[in-house]
Design a protein around this ligand. Sequence first.
Ligand code: SF4
Length: 375
Amino acid sequence: MTEEIIDCSDVSDILRRALDGDRLDVDDGVRLFESDDLHAIGAAANEIRRKINGNRTYYIVNRHINYTDICKNRCTFCAYSRSEGENGAYMMSVQEALDRAEQYYDQIRFTELHVVGGLHPTMPFSYYIDLIRTLKSRFPSVHIQAFTAVEIAHIADISGLSVRDVLASLKDAGLGSLPGGGAEVFSPRVREVVCPEKMSGEKWLSVMRKAHNMGIKSNSTMLYGHVETYSERVEHMIALRDLQDETGGFMTFIPLKYHPGNTRLGEISASMSAQDDLKLYAISRLMIDNIPHIKVFWIMLGLKLAQVALSYGADDIDGTVIEEKITHRAGATTPQALTVSQLVTIIEETGTIPTERDTIYNEVTRDEAGLPAIS
Ligand code: SF4
């Protein structure tokens, strides 16, 4: 059936090459975005998802901590950030962040703390080290995934240290890996519109290169659905693929959907349909042949569409989350957290096998008391 769907498609030549293991180029990626044949593109992506990850759908039990919303960049797409002194601006002390982490630990025994925030103009280097060291010493078996490449470069700026020295100090304090945020779309034209103060795409890639070369793995992302063109999307994917060839340090690619609510950028283009979202997931799986996982962040896509994305290339759904602030300030109407049993049910409904993982994709089993063991 899949064969027939693909053979009848206007992009069957590209899909066949992808299924044969050939690399797709920019022109191929643009043609896929221009095609209306969502079924064929999705069927090919699903086949590749199954070749790489079988019938498993991964999920993680994690806890997000957004330690500050104060940010000197004030990207135009970002509804989350505040300036110092502005209504709603906050900065957690290390103790407050620890209290947040403690809050649900006995109930859910998360295996990951996911720590990200804005670029605070005056917090000293010691804050970031204390934060990681304190969390790691309280939760020694929990993986600390913290600070996007943008935050790492900012910490280097305020400390006067090199990116490499910042990463080494954080790793020594207990940092396990880096989240993939801050990549947005690498095109300078796009960055000038959506995040003019943010570091360049080249710099983002260079921080990731350094982290990977030090044994610190990371995620990768692309913020889509604003002013970017098809070719800019595809070039972004290929830049990630090229770095992955070099370092092998990316664990997953996460397409992040732009939410216009409460942003200065606002509604700048026709909103993307569910079909557009699914096509983007599928094309990600076809273009990026060397990053093992494609993750759907249900907070941004909504639960029902996230389920469908699991048949369009995605093999991972994030997560129990708990208290997500960033997308909700931009108007996301999804819940702020899911229980593990809700997440498992959502995956089972798709006919795939729920597989709990830790941050670096080791499988996790739990005993009767719910305590995790990593295999
Ligand atoms: S996206 Fe990140 S860097 Fe940009 S304003 Fe928001 S918190 Fe700051």
